[in-house]
Design a protein around this ligand. Structure first.
Ligand code: NAP
Length: 347
């Protein structure tokens, strides 16, 4: 049997109009094949890389943006033609918090569209067998019923602060579906909830709520401050998934799931921002007070993904929030002031 082809799987020469997905069954990926992790230095990409290394993958490929700018279409096609990966995880993206997203919608729309279209077009041209496209829970309508199921996609208006980014990600899901339909390649998409962990962006301008809180509380502890003031009332509920769990889910989906619909990836449980702040304060050892500036906006009251589809595929999160935050604080302290902490991923 062709060494490249497990039973029921498409080979490199597979795909092309007319190939159907009916016979495809996901199964273990071949550890000796080339696996390209786009964005392998980012929060998610680096976790996927670690997980794949741990699983014994020997053909991992990744390039920093300084060496391969994924907005450079010709360079991306050359890279795929030379490397010919069999598997791809698309974890490269321009990512940022609310401020960055609402200040630079053109960059978030244009760069993300370019990155994902170039990668997926080149992956199609070289008939990549399994590709995982990563989006985000912001693809769902602002007022989607909670917890948010995959069916909520395109049922209502988006949150305005990151609608440009969300539209780019929705286009990515569509491209995966279109390639499945037209070319029969068993590519899939996953939509993670809020992620955190080693490799996160802790820069004051570009970071998300959890790394921002870790930095704020740790700086307050170091300065001997009596209190920390956070924006809003602390009452909104949010879900957080450790990035190592996320990476584990990515490999699990690649080996166990096939279908056109995007799969939500989360824990299925949420906490209030106030509870989150308490966990962070305990993790960094800050014993002062926390004040809430209710004159600042709270954002949407709840954002929780329904993870039934992921559970049906046989996966659930394992890293609890207090443990995950403790180890993230350790990483933050160990890397403060180093290149890993530079705001390369923020704006
Ligand atoms: N973080 C979250 O909470 C979260 C939640 C849900 C979904 N996601 C999704 O997960 C994916 C990755 O996010 P992340 O948090 O890991 O982002 P990140 O830490 O900012 O990493 C993004 C990566 O993309 C690469 N990249 C950006 N522009 C590039 C370009 N023009 N050419 C080549 N590489 C480029 C960067 O490469 P260099 O480092 O080499 O510049 C970086 O490694 C995104 O699709 C995001 O939507 C993230």
């Amino acid at each position: 049997m062709d060494r490249h082809r497990a039973p029921g799987q498409l080979g490199h020469e597979g795909g092309g109009a007319g190939v159907t997905l009916d016979d495809f069954r996901p199964g273990p990926l071949d550890r000796d094949e080339t696996f390209y992790v786009a964005g392998h230095r980012g929060l998610v990409g680096s976790a996927i890389w670690r997980r794949l290394e741990r699983a014994g993958f020997r053909g991992l490929v990744g390039l920093p943006s300084a060496e391969l700018d994924l907005t450079d279409r010709a360079a991306v096609f050359d890279f795929f033609a030379e490397t010919r990966p069999r598997y791809v995880a698309v974890a490269a993206a321009k990512v940022g918090g609310i401020l960055a997203n609402s200040t630079y919608p053109q960059e978030f729309l244009s760069e993300n569209l370019q990155i994902q279209v170039n990668v997926m077009d080149a992956a199609l041209a070289t008939r990549v067998e399994r590709l995982l496209f990563l989006g985000s829970s912001c693809i769902y309508p602002r007022l989607a019923p909670q917890p948010i199921t995959e069916d909520a996609l395109l049922t209502g208006p988006l949150e305005e602060t990151n609608d440009a980014y969300a539209i780019a990600k929705i286009a990515g899901i569509m491209q995966v579906q279109a390639i499945r339909r037209e070319y029969g390649l068993p590519w899939i998409s996953a939509m993670p909830t809020n992620l955190y962990g080693p490799g996160d962006n802790f820069s004051p301008q570009g970071s998300h709520v959890l790394p921002a809180l870790i930095r704020r509380y740790d700086e307050a502890r170091a300065a001997g401050a009596s209190h920390v003031t956070n924006w809003g009332t602390g009452s909104p509920r949010r879900e957080f998934l450790h990035v190592d769990d996320m990476a584990d889910a990515c490999l699990h989906l690649l080996e166990n799931y096939d279908g056109p619909q995007q799969v939500n990836v989360g824990t299925g449980t949420d906490v209030t921002i106030r509870e989150l702040a308490e966990i962070v304060a305990a993790a960094v050892g800050f014993d002062g007070d926390t004040l809430w500036d209710a004159s600042k906006p709270d954002g949407t009251p709840q954002k929780l993904l329904d993870v039934s589809k992921l559970a049906d595929a046989g996966w659930r999160a394992r890293i609890g929030l207090p443990d995950g935050i403790r180890s993230t604080v350790e990483w933050f302290r160990a890397h403060q002031g180093t290149e890993a902490m530079s705001p390369i991923r923020g704006i």
